[in-house]
Every structure is written in C-alpha cells, then in structure tokens.
Design a protein around this ligand. Structure first.
Ligand code: FES
Ligand SMILES: [Fe+2]
Length: 391
C-alpha cells in the first residue's frame, strides 16, 4: 500500500503547549516589493542568484546524459545527470558569442552539446572541449573556458540549483534546515512520482504568490471554506524558523511552516498530535518554494520570477506510485484524484485574485499593506528580503 506519513520523532507542532502565533504582532509594509523594478534588480543580483531554487524533478533526469532546463529571473540553466549519479548544472550560455548552446529544453543520453551557431562543443558539465578552426583563436583566450557552473543537489526527489556556483553557497540541506528536512521528510517525497504539472503566466510579482501561501486568512472569503474549516483554521499553528541570516558561506534565510488541523480529524489529532496524519502540513522554503502536504498527495507551489511583475507559476502535483490494477491502490488513486480536482478549483480562485492585483499595480492609491498578527509570516518574509538586498 502507499506510504502513510506519520510524525515519528518530529516535535509536536499543534495542540496545548504549542504557541500558535509567533510574537510578531500586526504590522504594515510598503507596496514597493511587488512593483519596484529597482528592488527586483537587487533581488536578482543578491537573492535569486544566491538562493537554492527548485528546478526539476529528479525523475526527469533518470540516466547519465539526461538533461533538463530551468529558466527564471533572466537566467537559463541546464542540469545533467552524470555517470556517477550526481547532477551537474551550468549556465546555458555559449562563451563564444552568447547563444544558448543546449537548444532542446530536455532530452536523454547526451555526451556532448554543440552550439548551433559556430559549433563550439561542451561536455555535459558545461566545459568547453572543442571548437572548429581553433588555430584562429588565441590559446590564452580559450584556457579553462566553460559555461559557468551552477551548484546542483537533490533533496525530496527534486533537483535544486544555486547560481552562486559550487563552493560559493551553504549546502542545500542547510538552506532547507533541519526542522523542515525532518518534518517534510516524513512524507518521503523522493518515493513519490509526478502526477501533473500545471503552469500559469501570472501578471504579478512572485512574492504576491508566495504571500498567498503564507497566510490562511483569505480562505474564508475567497475559497468559501466550510464553517468547520474556519474553526480548524483558527487553531492553525504558524512557525517562523528564525536563524542567523548571513553566514560566511552566504545567505541562510529563515523558512516557515504551518499546520492546519483537518476539520474531520480533530478528535484523532487530539489523541496523538500526529500532524502528518491529521493536519494539512505546509512548508515555505525561501524564496519561492511552497510545499502543501495533504496526507495522501502533495502540491508544490513554485512561482518562478520572470520580471518584477510577471511570474511563471508552476504547481507540481505528487502522488505515491502503485499498480492501478491493484484495487487497494486504485481506491487510493480515485480518492486522491477527487481531492486534487477540488484543489485545482481552489488554485483557480487564487489565480483570479492575481488578475485583480494586476489592475492596481500602477494605482496611486495602492501604497501599503496592513497585516494582521496571523499574517506574520508575510511580514517576516519581506523583512528578510529587505535585509538581503540592503547595502
Ligand atoms: S555563439 Fe556558440 S559557437 Fe559561436
Ligand atoms: Fe488560496
């Protein structure tokens, strides 16, 4: 049967003795982070190119020579599976005159990549290994030329990349942090498979999308949740996993969690406080990866910044694999499918709000946000973004 996550040794996150809302209090913030192109440039330079970014499912790079691409905030990167099983990544930029030399978005079994313009040849780690009419170049100019390396690692069945490059950033495990690797790790995402990826081109900042997953306040009005859900939502626990923001090896931002008791499971939850079984578990890895764990399937919300007010918004739906000829698995599959169909409607409602936010982007009347104490994760997120881009 499919894996059923349970709390195991992970600390209790809900119930008596757990503080539901951090001591942050209500706050206000400027609207600039969503619309200021100068801030976006600083974020590109100081945050997005120095952060661990979710970029592919490991299963998309099964065998040596398989490759997959990532594009976001102006960067274009290729990830390749190496013969030793590791993943290498590099900027997909020919060092001759700037063309993207891996022309296909993804593929299998590559041994070399040849730039389509003048034929420079790169190996699967991005190192230049040959070029036509070499005698016409200066050997000095060609020494150690490579498409700049990007750090790559895997966790949770995903390939993550960091454009700071190998050796220039903290490890992926440290970036995600021990609390989330242990808590979210209980779901064994590495054993799950991709069921579907949805993609939207959204006319707002990626941070506006992250915000929507850092609070639960909007669910009453926008998602018309049941009175039972509203009651459960009041018992949600919000966690800011505060830590030192900057280390010698680079930024190490704070991540977030929250746990919403499932309305139909409150009695069972009170028996053992097993949030994996009886709550919706929610994790935000700064700056743009959101995991929404329903016990039987997981949605990864992944707003990829394109520009200051434009985002490629991906939703990855993960399920546990099995044989659909097995009646027990088929029952699981149908139950999961029904829930997923409902969730797609909910995500559609969120997308509708982005259209309304688009209308106010340049309005003189839009100046600041007024946040309640249960929107503290939003406030904290923007506070640390501001610290990371300051001089
Ligand atoms: S731009 Fe790639 S070979 Fe000339
Ligand atoms: Fe929502």
């Amino acid at each position: 049967m499919v894996h059923v996550a349970s709390r195991g040794d992970v600390p209790v996150r809900l119930g008596p003795g757990v503080k539901n809302v951090p001591d942050y209090g209500p706050s206000k913030m400027s609207r600039n982070p969503y619309t200021d192109p100068v801030q976006f440039e600083l974020e590109r330079e100081r945050v997005l190119t120095k952060s661990w970014i979710l970029a592919a499912r490991s299963e998309q790079l099964k065998n040596p020579g398989d490759w997959h691409s990532f594009e976001g905030h102006g960067e274009t990167v290729v990830m390749t599976r190496q013969p030793d099983g590791s993943v290498a990544a590099f900027h997909n930029v020919c060092q001759h005159r700037g063309t993207s030399f891996v022309t296909e978005w993804s593929g299998c079994g590559a041994r070399r990549f040849t730039c389509p313009y003048h034929g420079w040849v790169y190996d699967t780690t991005g190192k230049l290994v040959g070029l036509p009419e070499r005698q016409d170049f200066s050997e000095e100019h060609l020494r150690d030329v490579r498409a700049p390396a990007v750090a790559a690692d895997e966790w949770g069945g995903f390939v993550w990349i960091n454009m700071a490059g190998p050796g220039n950033c903290i490890s992926l495990q440290e970036w995600i942090g021990t609390e989330i690797t242990a808590d979210l790790g209980q779901f064994k995402m590495e054993d799950m498979v991709l069921h579907q990826v949805l993609e939207w081109d959204v006319p707002v900042s990626y941070k506006a999308i992250v915000d929507g997953f850092n609070e639960i306040y909007h669910t009453i009005e926008l998602h018309h949740v049941t009175p039972e859900f509203v009651k459960s939502a009041r018992d949600t626990s919000f966690h800011i996993l505060d830590r030192e923001l900057v280390t010698e090896a680079g930024p190490r931002p704070t991540n977030y969690m929250c746990f919403v008791p499932r309305p139909d499971q409150r009695e069972q939850l009170a028996e053992n406080w097993d949030h994996h079984k009886h709550a919706i578990c929610h994790y935000v890895v700064f700056p743009n990866t959101v995991f929404n764990c329903n016990p039987e399937h997981i949605q990864v919300f992944n707003p990829i910044p394109i520009d200051v007010d434009r985002t490629k918004f991906l939703t990855w739906q993960l399920i546990y694999p099995g044989d659909r000829n097995d009646p027990a698995y088929e029952t699981y599959y149908q139950r999961m499918l029904k829930h997923w169909e409902g969730l797609k409607v909910v995500v559609g409602e969120d997308i509708g709000i982005y259209e309304q936010l688009k209308r106010t982007k340049r309005s003189s009347a839009y100046t600041e946000h007024i946040l309640n104490e249960r929107e503290c994760k939003i406030a904290h997120y923007h506070e640390q973004m501001a610290k990371l881009i300051q001089d």
